[in-house]
Design a protein around this ligand. Sequence first.
Ligand SMILES: Nc1ncnc2c1ncn2[C@@H]1O[C@H](COP(=O)(O)OP(=O)(O)O)[C@@H](O)[C@H]1O
Ligand SMILES: [Mg+2]
Length: 290
Amino acid sequence: MGIIFEQVNYSYGNSHQEGPLGLRDVSLSLASGKFIAVLGASGSGKSTLLQHFNGILLPESGSVHILDYQLKPGDSGKGMSGLRKRVGLVFQFPEAQLFEDTVEKDICFGPLNFGVPLAEAKAQALRAVESLGLDAAILQRNPFQLSGGQMRKVAIATVLAADPDILVLDEPTATLDQASRQELLELLERLCKEQGKTIVLVTHRLEEALPYAEEYVVMHQGEAIFHGSPAELLSRTDLLSAAGMDVPPSVRFMQKFSARYGIDYPNGPYGIDQLADYIVSVHHAATAKE
Ligand SMILES: Nc1ncnc2c1ncn2[C@@H]1O[C@H](COP(=O)(O)OP(=O)(O)O)[C@@H](O)[C@H]1O
Ligand SMILES: [Mg+2]
């Protein structure tokens, strides 16, 4: 098992004052090597959940088991650097953390800090940009002269350079245009399928996750109110509404289409492109019968 949360509670209070609730009694078991989406409205606890994945936050009660690590209340953080190499966390607006004058220096910064020799750090930087589908020439460019989508990818490359087993991304598609968003999601899917990495993607857009994610977690007021497959999620439109999310138009369309033509609602496809292909196949099957 990859990631197990056992009755994790977290609140942002301190010893003097009760603060906002972060997580309430979250128990989850997430498999390795999957593409997992974490959904929920703003303030539902998504970022708080993610920060428990690599020990940035520790549970106030309960425990988190991740890879060979166990995180408990009051842990000192010893041995956490090993965990952070294996669980890469990409914060929201990660490009805000770029600061060097070349992409290569920015990507090498982390590995060099972990004590990796310069030549090896440079090799890791090259692998990271290449696995993101970027040209090696980008390494010598100034990150601040790149487009928004490229900057975001470079920021992700800084995390990928350590070759983590689990890549956790907090709303990585926010503020990107439609084309860059799709490109980024396809790339994450490749990292999952081809390199076996576990991808945990936070998004408040169910629609963008639908073509990719194999498992969903829905957060609502600090609780994980759902964990399951896409088909299970889409059959629980009540949960989606409770969590403040709309049923995507592609799904509403599919539900109407299948009811209207008496076709069993299949377990997917859910994305717009896959849906179009599906309708063409239904049409072909129908005309072949005539
Ligand atoms: N650093 C913080 N200090 C105090 N409260 C916080 C902090 N970060 C988040 N919160 C509160 O915790 C709750 C969950 O927030 P968060 O995990 O950031 O939600 P999401 O990522 O789903 O928007 C919210 O009520 C939020 O206001
Ligand atoms: Mg957040």
